[in-house]
Design a protein around this ligand. Sequence first.
Ligand code: FAD
Length: 637
Amino acid sequence: MPLDSKAPGGPLEEKWDRHRFELKLVNPANKRKYEIIVVGTGLAGASASATLAELGYHVKTFCIQDTPRRAHSIAAQGGINAAKNYQGDGDSIRRLFYDTIKGGDFRSREANVYRLAQISVDIIDQCVAQGVPFAREYGGLLANRSFGGAQVSRTFYARGQTGQQLLLGAYSALMRQVGIGQVRMFPRREMLDLVLVDGRARGIVVRNLITGEIESHSAHAVVLATGGYGNAYFLSTNGMSSNVSAIWRAYKRGAFFAHPSFIQIHPTCIPVHGDYQSKLTLMSESLRNDGRVWVPKKAGDQRPAEQIPESERDYYLEEKYPSFGNLVPRDVASRNAKQQCDQGKGVGPTGYAVYLDFQDAIKRDGEAVIRKKYGNLFQMYERITDDNPYQSPMMIYPAIHYAMGGLWVDYNLMSTIPGLFVLGEANFSDHGANRLGASALMQGLADGYFIIPYTIGGYLAGTPLGPVDEGHRAFGETVKAAKDATDRLLSIKGRRTVHDFHRELGHILWEYCGMSRNEAGMRKAKERIPELREAFWKDVTVPGTSADFNQSLERAGRVADFLEFGELLAEDALSRKESCGCHFNEAYQTPDHEALRNDEECCYVAAWEFTGKGKAPALHKEPLTFENVKLTQRSYK
Ligand SMILES: Cc1cc2nc3c(=O)[nH]c(=O)nc-3n(C[C@H](O)[C@H](O)[C@H](O)COP(=O)(O)OP(=O)(O)OC[C@H]3O[C@@H](n4cnc5c(N)ncnc54)[C@H](O)[C@@H]3O)c2cc1C
């Protein structure tokens, strides 16, 4: 099936404007006749729900948590990018566009990325108007700091709690609509399946996580904003309930899954310290504005950091990448940390850590200044490690963090299922093979506040949609399938916990589809995941019943999906005969170990189609064409 991106023609700068003009409109009186389901209340879902309701649509919004405010977006720390150029340091929309497309190693769509950069400036205005307390300069203008992959300061922030503050803004807008009655909020509901009528998305089936009841809900269109799937790897920086299930089940109903193997590994996380850990903690990229990354020059050097003299320290990022220094993009910083540790130069009890040192910044600016910028992050580090980062350097190591892959969407953010739109981290997004720091919040809010309100109108106005309600046969069939799947999980009564299977899957993915990949390893993952899946369906134990609150059952469903998804991830990684961004295939590297793209053969979006249980997925390729940027070897030297 040819994938039509629906990216408009014409000059880059005019595409979005023209497209908005050409999209059909739903007049205000008719908006009241439409119902839209939004699944997810992170930045993407909350902003979409609020804006669609403000426009006059009837919105039904769903989330797993007890309140929309607890979506994983709340955890975002460092900031949000926008090309405001308040600093006057050379930024512009074109520069943000270029940095993003280069940062993603030229594996995203030009038209989408340019639109993202254009919209970035409106997002900040919108959030300021909502009262989001961004940090300010002494003169009153909003302050900025730098993030990886950029040589300008364009990241807006609210200390280390930017996601929380932005989400409170979107949540307030959402709750205003709940108050007015324009949004009906359904917390503690987990989407189990998508309902299609005549090939179009017309509703969802959810489980009430408190009562266990299976409910169905109909609408004229469905918007998924269900976040990322980093938790497939078991250990990640994501919230515990982040999952792949909603988009995976939509995939099994016909939505193509793009770039499943593009998964970001963040260089600055608190290292793994044992087998019984279920979460990893991020130390925001913003810390690399002032922290210097180093390891001892000599392999096996066990001396404490303060006893290693300056001349025996290797500030390897500053040495190797003088232009960007410690602020190289995440994929580059992560790979370099791994290389240092693999050479025996890692520090800490496991040897899998590098230092992030603030001594020079503290000497230069004083502890009070550093505390003001990063106080809550330093406190978090100290609470977890019992080390004081004002006195000794932090120890950090890369960890799974963000999914660049997700459901394939066109320029309108519509998936291959008509009427199913996908926003935020859940879509395959504008970040190509590597996302730059502070760009996920920008994308989620661009999708929710500024893109979907136009494009969903275009769909609704241009599509004759007959009346459909929950009494339709398709709902009954989908509810039955969801109940059967739940009963099956409860009936196995095996010996191993869901957690145990999840941990083993995580080990396989990290080992063979992690920071560095090779053909033999990826094949091994493809072999071992189906074996593990089979063992799961024979031997998993899920205590309790489906008739009430049962978190083991919730987790079992999510892990069952990860066990299917993991195989697609390995398949996708194996099929890409190049290295690009986060996808580092050891067979394709430059002499100095950087990712080596194969633009001749691999300049495409890989979009996978479900072809049936037990059958190989079909690969569809959306060619990527670049008219405004020249494809170059990414260099941060
Ligand atoms: C620790 C951390 C720090 C970060 N810091 C930054 C940063 O500083 N800057 C930046 O740009 N990015 C940052 N990111 C990335 C960014 O936070 C996320 O990409 C972004 O918040 C995702 O938003 P979202 O709206 O797409 O999804 P989420 O915020 O993950 O929300 C998902 C929503 O979907 C719901 N949901 C999921 N599955 C189902 C289901 N089956 N049924 C019903 N509801 C469902 C959930 O309940 C939730 O409401 C960070 C990420 C992490 C992990």
